[in-house]
Design a protein around this ligand. Sequence first.
Ligand code: ATP
Ligand code: MG
Length: 290
Amino acid sequence: MNSFCELIPFLTLCREYPTREWNLTDFEIGRPLGKGKFGRVYMVRTKCEPKYILALKTLYKSEIIASRVEKQTRREIEIQQNLRHPNIVRLYGYFHDEKRIFLMLEFAGKGELYKQLSKYGRFSERRSARYIDQMADALSYLHSKHVIHRDIKPENLLLGITGELKIGDFGWSVHAPGNRRMTLCGTLDYLPPEMVEGKEHNEKVDLWALGVLMYEFLIGKPPFEDRMSVQNTYRRIAAVDLRFPASFSLEARDLISKLLKYIPDERLPLSEVLKHPWIVKNREKTKESV
Ligand code: ATP
Ligand code: MG
């Protein structure tokens, strides 16, 4: 066990060590943080000093097999383990026993962003811009590694202890190019026209989703939502039927309109998103208030 304890301050290095070195008995199990599709997520602390807090996500093997997502799960783990970015939840390592797989995740201290959005109804332009700035940075890192996220939505975003945004879920990510077939994944509201229409898609789907996310942050609901009919949502997406509430600033409208383009190649690239006046202006304001 000693060697394990010595590893703790160097958790970042644990990828270099065999995953079988980790074991459930190495942790004190704390409160449940949430419930995932295949099991619960717990706050845990390493038993040896210095006590390190993590989120331990359990996945029941039987349920993964029953849902036939063995490959996808493996891919999710492989992808996340190789990512290092301040706005992406870090996967430090994993281990398994007979029944379960355990993912050792960076603890996102302020929990789900979705809860905050439900609590406040919407976010201010400044707060929304800060999140979109962080998302654009994380997505540009992902795309540079040829990873498409494909499932951006508030439910998959967590908040770190200082309120920074963290992408927390890689269930639907794919390594691009790879499988570009139309697969009905993600929440309907965040699907781009090319996916709604069953066409091939690429990393530009994340740019569309970023526009949808920005809209939802600012008003509390996604732009093409139609609670009466799914068909209507599809239709509105395919027609890019975008309507802005009066409360949106001109700059916010401008950025959303440049992301929500029917033709994927016309969507504003992430490098330009990071330079957009709405982002820059709010970034400066945030700096001033610190
Ligand atoms: P779903 O498909 O419902 O999103 P999932 O299997 O993808 O489920 P997660 O979303 O990863 O599971 O985790 C479920 C919940 O556990 C999250 O919504 C969140 O509340 C909590 N949680 C997950 N990871 C962390 C973390 N790293 N830090 C803090 N809380 C977390
Ligand atoms: Mg999730």
